[in-house]
Design a protein around this ligand. Sequence first.
Ligand code: G
Ligand code: MN
Length: 257
Amino acid sequence: MADPMVGQKALDRANQEKNLLLVYQPIHEARTRRIYAAEALLRQRRESGEIREASVITKAAEAGPEMFALDSWAVRTAFAEAARWHAKGAAVPVNVNLSPREFQEGNVFERIEKLVAGCGIDTHRINLEITEMSHIEELERTNDVLIALKTLGMELWLDDFGTGHSTLSHLLHFPVDGLKISGDFVKGIVTDRRSRAITRSLIALAHDLGIHVVAEGIEREEQLDLLLQWNCDYIQGFLFLKPMAGQEIEKMLLAGE
Ligand code: G
Ligand code: MN
């Protein structure tokens, strides 16, 4: 495992150099449209003032120690901001993306436990979003880590479900509380029979498993209509709210919107 102090210095430096920031996008309860959670998303501010998506940063840099530092910075900062909002009275949980690199690096549980202790976050108000778990070779050990994380109180959600390296076997092996259906599927549900079949089946699957389900990337009313018809629990997308600055979401959460 990387020395935590070295990691800390590296990520502070990387952050300064790279001008990173977190933005937050709400996840709404489908029936009421109330904000159910806020997802922390990594962004980079360029000299021009333009703000780039984290995925672009990921592609631009090799997945090495530096990228790991950025991921760690994002997790630590999201925990700290969430702890501050909760202390002020915000009620909703914050979803934090845990990249596969966190698992590759090892000692995920120990690092998360330390971060939790460091910022005093109420872990019952953190949902960890996990992607591409099959990068991790040791299924059993990963499962142990996930179970341990859950004992801290956090929920585990599978992100971008159905794309990349996410597989159904994750639902079989891991103690998952929810799944997020990738916007790649949601995008086509109005016009494309396959997208519709996959999305509707994933919602039914989540319900049968007794776990929550979020549809991501909703941009049109017609998509929402179908998702409501299929009883999707939670919804997220530009149709409702785009990712926004921490200060902005803080106001929204404290106003109890
Ligand atoms: O971590 P995850 O893969 O869930 O990241 C989702 C990404 O998708 C974020 O960067 C977010 O800005 C973006 N996003 C969120 N809602 C929408 C949407 O409605 N349409 C599109 N195209 N992108 C979205
Ligand atoms: Mn996510």
